[in-house]
Write a protein that binds this ligand. Structure first.
Ligand SMILES: C[S@@+](CC[C@H](N)C(=O)[O-])C[C@H]1O[C@@H](n2cnc3c(N)ncnc32)[C@H](O)[C@@H]1O
Ligand code: SF4
Length: 378
């Protein structure tokens, strides 16, 4: 049986954060029931098409904010999945939770239906910055959800933290990172802020209502996180993913290894049989079309061998392991070390990359110029 990951998008939030441009709607309680019904419909339709050919190794329920769903709704999704796909007994099943909307009852429901990994959106322990970001939770709520989840028996927990935030100082980053390590959080995702042009935060920065840290300060924050977490036994297995041994996310690794995945729900992007396709971003269209047994796919693209070659290289260089040269050459009938001889020599000479034991990898101190390295090689 072939292996497959499944992503499920929940496009609802209690509010819109000032920096976020993910697809999500607020005040949409009346839409949730119809959406879940449609989602289950899509799972059934895709199940008929793919269910018997694949084993499911990971499921990721993300958003938006899946924890804004009402009690029982996540259980409904999970039961539909289990009825239509073969989830392997040791599959990784994650859900994203926000401190303001998750409750003890919801966490118990997640545990009961087989969810074994939580991703908590903590972001920062500075209340003023939380406010600037338009987050609706307190520091207390972040701490409580971690405590509650651990008490209930969730061991595999990720916490997202953000860097390069407006008014953020190195000491804020230190506070968050040391807190997470103290709480024995197994997986930490530090994301440097991407200032998205369509967001209120972008306007605030443009109008000089808030200032962002300088480039050097941002690099200093990231480097602190890298050095500190490494010292504490975490491994950076991808640019924004640190974990203690054996707590790497299987779901994430599948993306970086160019594995196949199906994405259900609004704006879901799938990659299967060398084809990438995406669902509509219009909530009404999604619900209406599925009710007529149509999956509203709005774009479909065959991924050519040369695109796959570039993407494999790009994704592998984001990881700690790097690119397996033998596998790469065999898969794409090439010899990268000869084809890119000049570039590889240049990057090695400047200590940006190294070639060791058959793997080409980006050096620890060069991750902040990763994009430039990739564009040299692709
Ligand atoms: C899709 S969000 C969903 C998680 C959840 N709704 C929350 O906000 O806690 C996943 C993570 O992406 C990160 N994120 C969202 N927008 C970002 C941006 N513009 N720049 C960097 N990170 C961002 C945040 O750290 C967030 O926790
Ligand atoms: S809660 Fe998460 S998904 Fe929702 S707006 Fe904020 S960052 Fe985006």
């Amino acid at each position: 049986m072939k292996k497959l990951s499944i992503y499920i998008h929940i496009p609802f939030c209690t509010h819109k954060c000032s920096y976020c441009n993910f697809i999500s709607f607020c005040n949409s309680n009346d839409k949730k029931e119809d959406y879940i019904k449609a989602l289950c419909g899509e799972i059934r339709l895709r199940g008929k098409e793919y269910g018997k050919y694949y084993d499911i190794t990971s499921v990721y329920i993300g958003g938006g904010s899946p924890s804004t769903l009402k009690e029982g709704q996540v259980a409904k999704i999970m039961s539909e999945l289990k009825n239509n796909f073969r989830l392997l007994p040791n599959s990784e099943i994650s859900i994203e939770v926000n401190p303001e909307s998750v409750t003890e009852k919801k966490l118990l429901e997640y545990k009961l239906v087989g969810i074994n990994r939580l991703s908590i959106g903590g972001q920062t322990l500075n209340p003023k910055i939380l406010q600037l970001l338009g987050r609706k939770h307190t520091i207390e709520q972040t701490k409580n959800v971690i405590k509650l989840a651990q008490k209930i028996g969730f061991d595999n927990i990720n916490v997202d933290m953000m860097l390069a935030l407006p008014t953020q100082k190195l000491k804020d980053v230190k506070k968050m990172a040391t807190f997470l390590v103290k709480k024995n959080i197994k997986h930490i995702s530090p994301y440097s802020l991407i200032l998205e042009p369509s967001t209120p935060l972008y306007k605030m920065v443009l109008n000089k209502k808030v200032t962002l840290p300088s480039e050097e300060q941002s690099v200093e924050m990231y480097n602190f996180v890298f050095n500190y977490l490494t010292k504490k036994g975490y491994s950076r297995y991808e640019v924004s993913n640190f974990s203690l041994p054996d707590y790497e996310s299987l779901h994430n690794l599948n993306y970086w290894n160019m594995g196949e995945y199906l994405a259900f729900g609004l704006a879901g992007h799938s990659y299967i049989s060398y084809t990438r396709f995406s669902n509509t971003e219009n909530l009404e269209d999604y619900i209406n079309e599925i009710s007529k047994n149509n999956i509203p796919v709005i774009s479909k693209e065959k991924i050519t061998i040369s695109m796959r070659k570039d993407e494999t290289l790009m994704l592998a260089l984001r990881t700690k392991e790097g690119l397996n040269l033998k596998d790469f050459d065999a898969k794409f009938n090439c010899h990268l070390m000869t084809d890119k001889k000049r570039e590889i020599e240049f990057l090695t000479m400047h200590n940006f990359i190294s070639v060791k034991n058959g793997f080409l990898r980006v050096n620890d101190n060069a991750f902040y110029v990763l994009n430039s390295i990739i564009s040299k090689l692709v």
